[in-house]
Ligand binder design. Structure first.
Ligand code: DGL
Length: 258
């Protein structure tokens, strides 16, 4: 048993799709969530900037005596995880490794698509990690820079979202699975599935939750444990979106991370 909290961060509301899945599977875990809304979007920043921001976020979360940190962000996982693992002793989990393990188990996957932010696709980390572990697999990438800002805005199920997704998914061949390589994208899962009814849509939050269930020392905290959500800027739509994603009203605290 380990009652210390789990630390988690993203640039905004995307990481809450991971938070939500973990809460469903492991309701006794206390999670300290940090949304670096001041620096949103991460997807268009350089690798060096992402490393700096990731370090700041980790140092903020370490103040809460966390037992592990989840980078609930595809962009930071793809560009900073390797770097920060060399610096900090706390276990740090990103969204890529557990997902690649999952895909490896699914033996009938031959054609995999990945949609993610520009930075994530540019880093090529998903494709490299998949091909390192799985032979004879075809990987198709597509950057979707408009989706995370639309998700922050709450435009996840309107006509604009449908058209944008249609345009982004247009050139994929027939896929066995499509990885939502940015944690904002599960918010569009319904309309993505409508466009690709025969493809398995992979929500990394579900995979991380299962991974934690199988691999960590669990907490035995009270199930009604207080939520702790911190933002680096509150002039944004985070609260409305978070209330919608989590299904209840949340309270947030504004903080500086540096
Ligand atoms: N949710 C993030 C990701 O998984 C970041 C999106 C962004 O800030 O551009 O990549």
């Amino acid at each position: 048993m380990d009652n210390r909290p789990i630390g988690m961060f993203d640039s905004g509301v995307g990481g809450l799709t991971v938070y939500e899945e973990i809460k469903k599977k492991l309701p006794n875990e206390k999670i300290i969530y940090l949304g670096d809304t001041k620096e949103f979007p991460y997807g268009s920043k350089s690798k060096q900037s992402i490393i700096e921001l990731t370090k700041n976020n980790i140092e903020f979360l370490l103040k809460y005596n966390v037992k592990l940190i989840i980078i609930a962000c595809g962009t930071a996982t793809s560009q900073a995880l390797e770097e920060v693992r060399k610096i900090y002793r706390v276990p740090i989990i990103g969204i890529i490794e557990p997902t690649v393990k999952y895909i490896k188990q699914e033996e009938n996957y031959n054609n995999i698509g990945i949609i993610a932010t520009r930075g994530t696709i540019r880093s090529n980390t998903w494709e490299k990690s998949i091909k390192e572990k799985i032979e004879n697999i075809n990987v198709y990438n597509k950057e979707c820079p408009l989706l995370a800002p639309m998700a922050e805005e709450g435009w996840t199920d309107n006509e604009i979202a449908k058209l944008t997704i249609k345009e982004y998914l247009n050139n994929f061949p027939k896929l066995d699975a499509l990885i939502l390589g940015c944690t904002h994208y599960p918010l569009f899962e319904k309309i993505i599935k409508e466009q690709m009814p025969e493809t398995d849509i992979i929500n990394t939050g579900k995979i991380i939750a299962k991974y934690l269930e199988e691999n960590i020392e669990k907490s035995e905290n009270n199930i009604n444990i207080e939520e702790e959500i911190y933002l680096t800027d509150t002039e944004c739509n985070f609260i409305q979106m978070a209330n919608k994603i989590l299904g209840h009203n949340i309270e947030i605290k504004e903080v500086e991370v540096k």
